[in-house]
Each structure stands twice: as C-alpha cells, then as structure tokens.
Design a protein around this ligand. Structure first.
Ligand code: CMC
Length: 396
C-alpha cells in the first residue's frame, strides 16, 4: 500500500491539467483563460464569459452575435419536464429539484450522445448553459404555485432569467438594469473556479464516459453542501440569525463563539482552501452589493451593515489573521440576491446555474485529451486481513 500517496482532501494532488482557470491563492488572483476577473467583470457579459471559458478566447462581435443567438435558441426545455417537476413536493429544496431536473435532461437528447464527437459535446454544452435558467426559474415558480413563464428570446440571458423568475402572465415584466447587471456579475464571478469539489466531481463522473447531463447533475449534487455552494445560503441565515439576536451589538460575542472550536460554529462566507488572501470575487461582490442596495433604496440594509462589521472585526482579529481567513465570494452574494428578491433557498441553485459553464468546459477539456483515463483513486486499507466466515452460532 505504501506505493500510494496518502492525500485526504486532495491538499497536494493535481488530478488533471487544465488551461481554463488560474488561481493564485496567496495573491488573491483569479484569471479565466488568462484574463483577470476584475477586467472581465466590468467589460463582459456572462455569455461572453461562457464563450471565453468554452472556446479559450473572447468572442469578436460576429462570434458574439452568433453565440448569443445559439444559446437563446436552446432556452426552452421539453414540455415533458413539467410532468417530471410535478412529482416533487412544492416545498422541496430547490437543489433537490434541480439535481433531478438536470439529470432528467439526459433522457431527452438522443441526437448528441456520442461523447467522442466534439460537435455532440458542444451542443450538450450549449443546451446546458441555455436551459439552466429555465430550469431554476421553473423550480421557483413551481414552489410558489405560479404558472411557468416561458423564455422570451429578445431579452438578454440574465434579463430573460429575471423575467422567468419574477414575471407573471398578468402583466408585462420590466427588467431593472441595475438588477440585471448585478445578477450577471454574480454569474460571471461564479462561472469557473478550477478544481473545486463540484468540478472535480463532474470530471470524475464524466471520466467513466457517462452522459454529460448526468455528469452535471453530479456536480449540482456536490455543490449543494454548506462547505461549498451551500455556503451562500448558510451565510445569509447566519447573518439573519445574528440580526434577530441582537444585531451589531452582539457581533463580538458571536465572533468569540466562532473562535471557540468546541462551539461547532464557523463563520460562513469566510475562509477558502486556495485563497489565503482576500478572495477577488468577494471584493467585486461587495462593490455590487453597495451599488444594488443604493439603487433599490436599501442602503441602510441592516444585514449589509452587519456583514461589514463582521468583516471589519475578522480582518483585525488574530484568529482570522493567523489562519489567513478572508471573506469569500459567498459573503456578500447572499445580500445582493436577497435585495433583488431571490429567496435564500434558491441561492445555491443560482450558483449552479452560473457554474454550469465551468463544469461543462472542464468536462469537455478532459474528453478532448485523447489520453484521458477513468478517475480511479486508490486507498490505504485499514480493515481486517482475510478471515473465516464460520457458522452463525460462532458469531458474537
Ligand atoms: N470560521 C472559523 N474558522 C475557520 C473557518 C471559518 N469559516 N474556516 C476555516 N477555519 C479555521 C479552521 O477551524 C482551521 O483552524 P485550525 O487550524 O485551528 O484547526 C483553519 O481555519 C483551517 O481551516 P480548514 O477547515 O482546515 O480549511 P479547509 O481548506 O479544509 O476549508 C473551507 C476551507 C472553505 C471549507 C472553510 O474555510 C469553511 O468551512 N468555510 C466556511 C464555509 C464557506 O464559506 N464555504 C465557501 C467556500 S468559497 C465558495 C465555494 O467553494 O463554494
């Protein structure tokens, strides 16, 4: 067994080569295909980022137009999906529903099942990116008992999602530009993040040659957990709890609990396996947060103030300083989403929507390598050595 390297949590194992995303955790730097996230966030739309992540370069205007149209063309889902959705309880967690819906897509696209064919892989990628907003919005409408709103293809990707979420058949829905930009930025900041748990899950799952929609469903399932994509939901719940139990006055007391290892309380939205400096996405998210709250007249939002105070204390406290714990992307994204009317339980589904491009691009990158292998970790066996079964009366 000592021929294997023991590396629980993959702290020091590179499982693949990838040319998509680069993170320098010490500097707090994030690049998609070589471009700094700070520049992409202000100069590009989410669909530009999808094009970049999938194809390696930013689109020129002709490529952009064609790509946007192609994605738009695929926004509808098969009407049968409505029947599948109806099998769920209306109070089901959206991530439970989304895991099912994305997996169910694998039953529909018999024209593109050859994963060795780059064109088949491409159309699966487009379908996934195009249909995720439709699925997330359907899951939300279903939970409310409201009619589904079909995609409207003259709107932008994000505008369309907002209308499917918040529109009704009774009146025309007007997309708010600031809200649209903020949500588009949330999508951009979540688009890819190299070999995180859900992306590694998609790669491992896809490495068996399984269907791409099934592999992405595995990614959605992994993302759900509170140590990963579920952190944004957990973070907002934490801030709300804190607000309900004394607010700013009690932050100090709460931080003492976080620092006490026996309390089991972690500061959600803080810390990262790779970033040992400020998460650059958190900085951009904090800016967006200010912008959205101001434009919606919510600048005195108590949760935002509370979050700022928590951050202020943490950045000065030796516990956090010594462990290099900084706010991560989830720390402010929940406040933005709450301000634009997205319910807390849907936060992780929004993350899944945005991360889909990263998942599928990494899946495609893996399959494009003619030498890729099925992922098959080894183990250090700690159980019994071989022993006799014996008759039932000899068992303890
Ligand atoms: N609050 C309090 N202490 C913390 C926290 C936190 N949020 N994060 C890490 N620590 C402590 C931890 O107790 C440990 O202390 P010690 O060395 O004394 O035992 C030390 O810092 C190192 O932590 P770790 O758990 O060994 O680090 P990790 O790389 O295994 O975990 C993490 C990374 C993100 C799971 C963890 O920081 C965490 O649980 N954060 C809160 C959840 C969260 O915000 N997750 C979102 C991550 S970013 C978006 C995403 O990936 O989806």
């Amino acid at each position: 067994t000592d021929m294997f390297t023991y590396d629980p949590g993959f702290m020091s194992t590179a499982a693949c080569e990838s040319a998509i995303t680069y993170i320098d955790g010490d500097k707090g730097e994030l690049l998609y295909r070589g471009y700094p996230i700070e520049q992409l966030a202000v100069n590009c739309s989410f669909l530009d980022i999808c094009y970049l992540i999938l194809n390696g370069e930013l689109p020129n205007s002709a490529q952009k137009e064609e790509f946007d149209q192609t994605v738009t063309h695929h926004t509808m889902v098969n009407e049968q999906m409505h029947f599948f959705l109806r099998g769920f309880r209306r109070d089901a967690h959206p991530m439970a529903v989304l895991t099912g819906l994305v997996g169910a897509l694998s039953a529909f696209y018999h024209d593109s099942t050859d994963i060795t064919n780059p064109e088949h892989r491409h159309i699966s990628a487009i379908r996934l990116i195009a249909k995720m907003p439709t699925l997330v919005a359907m899951a939300y409408k279903y939970s409310l008992g409201q009619p589904y709103i079909y995609p409207q293809n003259n709107l932008s990707y994000t505008g369309n999602f907002l209308r499917m979420m918040f529109g009704t058949p009774c009146e025309e829905y007007k997309v708010n530009d600031v809200v649209e930009r903020a949500l588009d930025r949330i999508f951009i900041l979540h688009a890819d993040h190299e070999q995180n748990a859900s992306t590694s899950t998609v790669r491992l799952c896809g490495s068996s040659g399984t269907d791409p929609f099934a592999a992405i469903a595995a990614g959605v399932a992994c993302l759900w957990g509170p140590a990963h994509g579920g952190a944004n939901e957990a973070c907002l719940k934490m801030l709300e709890d804190l607000q309900a139990n004394g607010g700013i006055e009690k932050v100090g007391e709460f931080m003492e609990k976080v620092k006490d290892k026996n309390s089991g309380v972690r500061l959600m939205g803080f810390g990262h396996r790779v970033y040992k400096n400020y998460d650059p996405r958190a900085k951009l998210m904090q800016e967006t947060c200010k912008e959205v709250l101001e434009s919606l007249g919510l600048q005195d939002d108590p949760l935002f103030k509370l979050a700022m105070e928590v951050e202020r204390i943490a950045l000065e406290d030796p516990y956090f300083v010594e462990r290099k714990l900084y706010p991560n992307v989830d720390f402010y994204s929940g406040i933005v989403q709450r301000a634009i009317g997205i319910p807390t339980s849907l936060f992780t589904a929004i993350f899944a929507l945005a991360r889909t491009v990263g998942w599928i691009a990494q899946w495609n990158e893996m399959l494009s390598d003619p030498d890729y292998k099925i992922g098959r970790p080894r183990q250090l066996y700690t159980g019994y050595s071989a022993r006799e079964v014996g008759t039932i009366d000899t068992r303890k």
